[in-house]
Design a protein around this ligand. Sequence first.
Ligand code: CP
Length: 328
Amino acid sequence: MIQTKVLDRLRNSSVLSAAQFDKELLCELTKLAAYLQLHRFPVVHALEDKIMAAAFFEPSTRTRLSFESAMLSVGGKTISVADAKTTGVAKGESMRDIGQMFNSYADIVVVRHTEQRAVADLTEYLRIPLVNGGNGSDEHPTQALADWYALLKWRPEIAYGQIPEKFRLNIGIIGTPGNMRTVKSFLTLALLFPENVNHITIFSEMADPLGAELREMCNGSPIGINFSRDLQGSLEYLDVVYMNAIAYLGDGYRFFGEEFQLSAKSKLKDDTVILHPLARGDELSTDLDETQHNLYFNQADGAVWIRQALLLAIFDRVRNIVPDNLLN
Ligand code: CP
């Protein structure tokens, strides 16, 4: 049963941070996403009166297209900015004025921006919900929803009570959560599962990969957080490896060194899964694509359904799609 009372918390809400989600809300949203993915309605009209603006001031493949696909397949309409250079930004237009236009032209806006502050600044002028599609090095909350949707499909028992210790997860995160938006949002949601996540090991070249805000969050969690540079020597202990293409290392973006790369030759456990928000670089070899370690394509595929679930919850249209006997 899907708990509509829990999903109602998203009604007419903006989504700026993964920290807005607790375990209950995340799990109800993933249940709704699973229902939508299983049924793949040919045509429905749940959002036929709604327009979504996808305003991407930084390049994207998955986030913009999966949001648009999610909206279109439940009857909604989309308008898009795929390149900041095609907007008034190129002529110096302010985000404040752009925000006024979103109010007039759409019912919801998904924004990606290079600047961390741009998303919070925009919400000051918006009367419609805003979904953060990635703001600089800060957050990518709906990517984290897609990450955990993939993980909870892989191991649904993680969401329900405490499982025996030998089945609990040891997660490796390659990167610097304090400076990488997908990694930060993924880690934020990982902290919601203290019963079933044993350890999180962060593999980074940086002395302080968490930064002050995340360090405080991690210090308040019973999950053991470790730091290491020895990814290859730690692979035999990891059930999940979360990786990304680039790291922000103080003075700019850099690709990871060879010691943080994975290929089919890496000494992964047979049942270890790899998550990667994509796009990838050399850190994730294509020879892993055909292996059982590949959860990253599933992660990208599921993004449509978790984003559709989110849109339906924000517009309070879950009851238009899911039969009453599956709702509580
Ligand atoms: N995962 C992700 O944010 O991909 P895009 O940059 O293609 O949207």
